[in-house]
Structure formats: structure tokens, C-alpha cells
Design a protein around this ligand. Structure first.
Ligand SMILES: C[S@@+](CC[C@H](N)C(=O)[O-])C[C@H]1O[C@@H](n2cnc3c(N)ncnc32)[C@H](O)[C@@H]1O
Length: 779
């Protein structure tokens, strides 16, 4: 059988995706353990793929491919323990998200390692002074207690990372310290840092997972330890495998009367009503003002959604945007002290009174750690309104990005009356949490089950994308632009992923709408929408990668006269990567009429100089942490960043406050009505710094002009007018680009910029330099 090149690419891509997921599946415990409970039967590869997505899609990781800290460590353990010492080049074959072409890239085989180091949360975690100080206080107290009881202090540090907690123990007078680290290259770095700080004779570093440690003569530990210090928690608390780590340690590595830092953890849940928050969960109908244009199919509207955690910086969510149905309530306690067994999975049922009339949509979750045995040192991850420090604003609590808060969406909205009794069921397994709420729940088995997406949409779309599709103002702009453009003779070609807005073009009267979608799951969703909205005669859905232009042409008797895109592509991470549709248009030139209109017709790249309040910490060198030199770690991050990373990355800036120091400035304008250019597009100019603070970054975004007069512009940048020296309010449904300066630039009058768009690779590159300094009058 002959396989067309297009088909071959699809098969290869699917296999690549499948292999990627399967590798995850086998490497990360998280995926192995949770499967039986939530997955049911898996009949085929695509079912498995779908179910894996259902259960484990995490918004941040889904688009950014940013790995969880532990995922990162465990994967690398397999991938690098035997590879890292060799240096050889490897080719990788991947689809360029912008041009859509398969490309070979050559990297040395340390590339993955450097990429993960460069993007890991290690640096941000080590900038978390409150965390560091509280670990130090609790460790010092544990060592003192052992000594006061006439015992030596034998400390085991599980997951030492840079060696920080082990060095704290050694400095506090521990009699012996063994530090283990599963991620071997980081373990090697720990050894250097420990040496640099003069503790090489006090601390033994073992490059192993704790569950592989041996105890006894000539073993990793000469005897069991009587103090355990460890920090193996993620935003969900348990997602980094804390259960296995603690239970194994108590069984095999620790004495019975040991002290554990931290000694326990408590998980809190707050049930809320919020139309704003629920926009990240369920796809709502598309409307033109009050008129319903594209309705949501019933199975999508009634789907319980995906249980996957939605991790966000909750403190940045204004309290005006939600109403509390059940105030924060402790739902689980995890005892790490060894006095009682660490629990692997359970559900708790609490009957609580509703605080008000309303509709419960979601649960906010966070946790705190009790660091010491007396319960005096508490490390809380609560948002500011629930923080034990009685904070009045997000600025009053410590900032951290390695632990955020999480949102879990309820399987269905629940109407409540003030003082009515509600049953909150909180469940966890070894690696994740989920919640259910009901009025008069009879507590059947299904009430305890983890919700599984049955409509595919929650499994396929990121939370950000669901929010974007639900953004009424954005939809309205497309509706207005369509009304000026679409008529009964319109043959539209829609290019992009999850482009539901194309169905609105059909509803507004287009003769034919041809939708080209790259994802098989998205095609199934779109076909469901087509059927539900009675658009079968007007809308045809095609597979982008197997697009056979001859067959495509047979579906239409006339050439395409409108090519439309939001633009949105699932594989795009940075705002300008959505330019893929421009390349698609070029590829399909033969089927476009001479007068074909392109929507959007222009893409404008903007930049703005800002001062980030906290985000700079993800890139800033550590220099010194709690009195320990961290030069080796800074060098490791620096080397990795230089080898693999570019200086810009995507971030949802509404979660990371910044002040505007310049006006939004046009960096490059792309005429999408024309063909993709042959040669590089360059532009240069300057950003005038009008604000008074030191500039530590540039925010980057795209505006898409839907019509030539720019009456309808969809912006992925500021949501309101920018005022110099004021906090910027960002579009919540997009990720912006961020260029961070390693050192802030004080007193700069302007920054010069150069922007280059390379049409061959589809890449955008930037350079920003301090131009001239402000003249400061002597005092
Ligand atoms: C969050 S970091 C903490 C690093 C360091 N202890 C600190 O507090 O700065 C967790 C580290 O623990 C490692 N890790 C997690 N579970 C482990 C285990 N069971 N055994 C050894 N290392 C582990 C990870 O590779 C990661 O480097």
C-alpha cells in the first residue's frame, strides 16, 4: 500500500506524540498509579491518549511544556544518568510551530538536560526567603532538641537540590548529614556548592533517589537518621511523590523517635461562585450581543470536565470577581512525623452551611506546612485574603511561583441558599486531588470518583484557550468584522485550531466554510458543533496534515474568497507563533481567489518597557542564599540558559504584576494580506522610558487587526489604557512574551531595540539595549 506523504507525516506525528505521552506514562509514577481509578477501559491508542490528556492536562504545562519539578527530576534520572557524561550530537525531528514544516535540529545530547535546568523552578524556589528561613528555624530547633535529649543529631536531607538544607543542618551543629538527590547533575552541583562553602567533610552527598538508599556498614547511611528534612511538595502538595518518599523513609531510613521537618501539612478548600473563573472551565455559546449564534452541544455543556489542577496565582484574582459559598476549611491533614501512617488515598465528607445564596462553581485550594514539632512555625501558601498574616493585599504576603494555589472545577454548578447544608467531598490519591459538592448528596460511589472529561473539549483545550473562546468582548469583535465582510457568496477558509468562531461566519450567512484543523480530537469537537448547530451543508472540517488539495477542491466549485483565522494554534507558545496561519495561506495559494480577503489582515508586534514586581526572580542569579555562596548553581543555570534558552518566554502577565515604564511601542508590523516575505524583516527604534523605576523587562504581545482600517483589533496585550508608572492590566486569556534583563537597568532614558523576523524559520528575535542614561541633577 502506498502512503501519501501527507498521511505519513500524520502517522509520524501521532506516533511522536504517542511516544512522548507513553514515555511520560511509564516514567512518572504519577501517571501509573492514578490510571486505574480514573481511566476505566482503554480500548485503543487514541483512547489512551485522550484519557491521559483528560486526567493530566495541567494548564501551565500543556502549552508551555514546562515540566513539574519532580517530573523534571524523575525523567532526567532515566534520561541522563547514563548519557550525561558523554558529549555527542543528536538530531531531533520536529514540526516548526510557525512554518508547519518538519525540521531537523542538531543538539548535543545534554540539550534536554540544559533545557530543563534553564526552565526549572529551582531558582525561584531558592529566592523564596520565607521558605528558606522557616526551614532553617525548624531544622535548628530539631537539632537542638536532639542535643538537649542527649542524642546526636543525624540528619537525612531527601532531595537536596543545591544542598541548601543539608548545609543549614551542618551549620546548625548536626553530628552527621547525608543528602541524597535523584537528579544526578543537580546532585553533582550540590557537591560543588557544599565544597565551595566548606562543608565537604560534614555532608555526604549520595546521587540517588531516597528509595534506593542503603543503610548499614559501608552503605549510603551508616545507620538510620533521627532527623529528616525534605522539600518535595508541589502546588498540589502531593504531586511530587511525597507519599512514597515519606512512607519509605519512615520504614527504612529513620529511627522511630525521629523529628521530621516539616512535621505535617494541611490542605484547605474554599468553595466559590464566580462567572469569571468558570469561564476557564466550560465552553459557553457564542453570541452576537444578546443573539445566540453558535450553541454549545449538550454533551459539552453537561460534561463534568477534567479533574486536572488549574494552578494560578490566586492572589492576583480580585476578590470582587468571586463570592464565597463555603469559607476556607481544612479538608486533609498529612502527618509526616511518623507518629501515624502517611495516608495514600482517602475522601473526606464534610457537611457545611452555605455562607450565601448563589451558585457554587469551583474550589480554591492551597496548603500550609507545620515546620516544627511545637506547631509554632507555619509556612502558608494561602492567597492574601485567607493568609494567617491578615494580609490586606497581594503585596503583603511573600511571592512565590514554585507553589501557587489551585482551582478545581466542580463537576456541575450547584445552586445554594444561605445556611443550607452542603456536602463537600474532598478526595485524593497518591498524586492528585479532586472535589465534589452537593445538596442532600446520598453519597453514591460516583460522588467520590474523579471527574473525567467525556466531551473531549476539556481534554483537548487548555484552560487559557477555553477562557479565550468564552471571552464575549473578543467574540464580539469577530462578529462585527464578519458582518462587514461575510455575505451569501462568501467561501471561507478557516485556518487554526479550535476555531469555533468560523462557525459564526457560517451562521452569519457565508455560503461555505472550510475548516482546516490540525488536531484529530479538535476535528471531532468541531464536527459535534457543526451537527448540533445544523451547519452540515455549510461547514466542512478538514485535517491539516493530510490535506489533499485535489479532494479539497472537489468540495468547492469556486475559489476561496475569505481566509480567516483568530489566529490560534495549539502548538504555539509565544504570541507571534500563531503566525502559522500565514504560512498555511501561502501553501494554499492555488485555491484562493485573486480578491481573497485575509482576516486578520495585519499582525502588529508591540513591546513595552516595564518593572516587574516579582517575575524577575525567575531569572535573577541567587548569589547568596541564607549566607551560603551559590555561585556554582548560578553558573549551571547560566550555562544551561545560554545553551538552550532564548531570552524571552511566554507568561500569563495578569498573574505577574508590573508597572509600565514606556508606552506600548510598535516593534514590527506584518502585512498578512500579502505573502510571507522571502527575506528577513528588520525593524529598529527606541522605547522612551518615561517611568521612574528601574527597567527589568520588556513585555511583548501581538495585536491582530481584523480589518484594514483597524476598526476591530483583537489585542493579546494590555486590557486597558496604559498609564506610566501604574500597574498594567493584561488580557487574562492570552500569554504574553517576556524579555527579562538579568540585572535591572536604572535611570535609563531610552532603550534601543532591533527586531528581526526570519520568514524561513518563522522565528522572531529581539535585542534591547540601554541607549542613554537619564541626566540626574546632583542633589
Ligand atoms: C523542590 S526541590 C528542593 C531542593 C532543596 N531541598 C531545597 O529545599 O532547596 C526537590 C528536589 O528533590 C529531588 N527529589 C524529589 N524526591 C526525591 C527522592 N525521593 N529522593 C531523592 N531526591 C528527590 C528532586 O530531584 C529535586 O531536586
Amino acid at each position: 500500500m502506498l502512503v501519501s506523504p501527507f498521511r505519513l507525516i500524520t502517522i509520524t506525528q501521532s506516533l511522536a506524540i504517542f511516544t512522548f505521552v507513553m514515555r511520560d506514562y511509564f516514567v512518572e509514577n504519577r501517571r501509573i498509579i492514578t490510571m486505574p481509578q480514573s481511566f476505566g477501559s482503554v480500548k485503543s491508542g487514541s483512547d489512551l491518549l485522550l484519557k491521559l490528556h483528560c486526567g493530566f492536562q495541567r494548564d501551565r504545562n500543556f502549552n508551555k511544556f514546562k515540566l513539574s519539578r519532580q517530573g523534571l527530576a524523575s525523567k532526567k534520572l532515566l534520561a541522563h544518568t547514563h548519557l550525561f557524561s558523554r558529549v555527542m550530537s543528536v538530531f531531533s525531528n520536529k514540526v516548526n510551530p510557525i512554518t508547519g514544516k518538519m525540521e531537523w535540529e542538531m543538539h548535543d545530547d545534554e540539550y534536554d538536560f540544559h533545557q530543563e535546568i534553564a526552565r526549572s523552578s529551582y531558582a525561584d524556589m531558592l529566592h523564596d526567603t520565607e521558605r528558606n528561613e522557616k526551614y532553617q528555624v525548624a531544622l535548628e530547633s530539631a537539632i537542638k532538641t536532639m542535643h538537649e535529649n542527649g542524642k546526636p543529631a543525624h540528619v537525612l536531607d531527601i532531595g537536596t537540590g543545591t544542598g541548601l538544607l543539608a548545609m543549614m543542618a551542618a551549620r546548625a551543629g548536626a553530628d552527621s548529614v547525608v543528602a541524597c538527590e535523584a537528579f544526578e547533575p543537580v546532585g553533582r552541583c550540590a557537591q560543588q556548592i557544599i565544597k565551595q562553602n566548606g562543608f565537604e567533610n560534614h555532608i555526604k552527598v549520595v546521587p540517588k533517589r531516597s528509595t534506593a538508599l542503603t543503610v548499614g556498614l559501608n552503605c549510603d547511611l551508616p545507620h538510620r537518621a533521627n532527623i529528616l528534612v525534605t522539600e518535595v511538595f508541589d502546588t498540589e502538595l502531593i504531586g511530587e511523590g511525597a507519599f512514597a518518599t515519606f512512607s519509605h523513609a519512615h520504614k527504612e531510613l529513620l529511627e522511630k523517635d525521629c523529628i521530621v521537618v516539616p512535621s505535617s501539612a494541611t490542605v484547605y478548600a474554599q468553595v466559590i461562585e464566580s462567572n469569571f473563573v468558570s469561564r476557564w472551565d466550560n465552553l459557553k455559546p457564542l453570541r452576537n450581543g444578546a443573539e445566540l449564534v453558535v450553541d454549545t452541544p449538550l454533551d459539552v455543556a453537561s460534561c463534568p470536565g477534567a479533574a486536572a489542577v488549574h494552578d494560578i496565582q490566586l492572589s492576583q484574582l480580585s476578590p470582587e470577581l468571586f463570592k464565597t459559598i463555603l469559607p476556607p476549611e481544612p479538608v486533609f491533614r498529612f502527618d509526616y512525623s511518623g507518629r501515624s501512617p502517611v495516608i495514600r488515598d482517602r475522601s473526606t465528607v464534610q457537611v457545611l452551611k452555605a455562607a450565601c445564596d448563589g451558585t457554587a462553581h469551583a474550589v480554591f485550594m492551597w496548603w500550609d506546612l507545620v515546620m516544627d514539632t511545637k506547631g509554632e512555625v507555619i509556612l502558608s501558601c494561602a492567597p492574601f485574603w485567607a493568609h494567617p498574616s491578615n494580609a490586606k493585599s497581594p503585596n503583603d504576603i511573600p511571592w512565590r511561583d514554585h507553589w501557587m494555589q489551585a482551582v478545581y472545577y466542580l463537576p456541575k454548578p450547584i445552586s445554594t441558599k444561605k445556611d443550607q447544608e452542603l456536602t463537600l467531598i474532598s478526595s485524593h490519591d497518591e498524586f492528585s486531588l479532586w472535589f465534589n459538592l452537593g445538596v442532600d448528596l446520598k453519597l453514591k460511589d460516583k460522588d467520590y470518583m474523579r471527574p473525567v472529561c467525556s466531551c473531549i473539549a476539556h481534554a483537548t483545550l487548555s484552560r487559557t484557550r477555553i477562557g479565550q473562546i468564552n471571552d464575549e468582548q473578543r467574540t464580539q469583535k469577530y462578529m462585527e468584522a464578519f458582518k462587514t465582510l461575510i455575505n451569501k457568496d462568501s467561501i471561507c477558509l478557516s485556518v487554526g485550531d479550535s476555531c469555533l468562531i468560523a462557525l459564526a461566519a457560517a451562521k452569519l450567512g457565508a455560503k461555505l466554510v472550510l475548516c482546516v484543523e490540525s488536531s484529530p480530537l479538535m476535528r471531532r469537537i468541531l464536527e459535534n458543533y457543526v451537527q448540533h448547530n445544523n451547519l452540515k451543508s455549510q461547514v466542512k472540517v478538514f485535517d491539516e496534515s493530510s490535506l489533499d488539495k485535489e479532494a479539497f477542491m472537489r468540495n468547492i466549485s469556486e475559489k476561496v474568497n475569505v481566509i480567516l483565522s483568530e489566529p490560534y494554534h495549539m502548538s504555539s507558545i509565544l504570541p507571534w507563533e500563531n503566525l502559522h496561519f500565514w504560512y498555511q495561506k501561502y501553501e494554499m495559494k492555488n485555491i484562493l481567489s485573486e480578491s481573497c480577503v485575509t482576516l486578520p489582515c495585519k499582525g502588529i508586534l508591540y513591546g513595552m518597557a516595564v518593572e516587574f514586581r516579582d517575575l524577575w526572580k525567575i531569572r535573577a542569579p541567587l548569589k547568596n542564599v541564607q549566607g551560603f555562596e551559590m555561585k556554582s548553581f548560578d553558573e549551571l543555570i547560566d550555562t544551561s540558559s545560554n545553551r538552550v534558552d532564548c531570552k524571552w518566554e511566554a507568561q500569563p502577565l495578569w498573574e505577574y504584576p508590573c508597572r509600565a515604564l514606556s508606552k506600548p511601542t510598535k516593534l514590527l508590523e506584518l502585512c498578512l494580506s500579502s505573502d510571507v516575505p522571502e527575506k528577513n524583516l528588520n525593524s529598529s527604534g527606541s522605547l522612551d522610558i518615561l517611568g521612574s523605576s528601574a527597567c527589568n523587562g520588556i513585555a511583548l504581545w501581538m495585536d491582530w487587526a481584523l480589518d484594514p482600517e483597524a476598526n476591530y483589533v483583537v489585542s493579546t496585550g494590555p486590557a486597558e489604557d496604559v498609564k506610566i508608572d501604574h500597574q498594567v492590566s493584561w488580557d487574562v486569556h492570552s500569554r504574553q512574551g517576556v524579555y527579562l534583563f538579568v540585572e535591572p537597568i536604572p535611570q535609563v532614558a531610552s532603550l534601543s531595540f532591533t527586531t528581526v523576523f526570519n520568514p524561513k524559520s518563522g522565528s522572531m528575535s529581539f535585542d534591547f539595549k540601554a541607549d542613554n542614561l537619564k541626566v540626574v541633577q546632583p542633589a
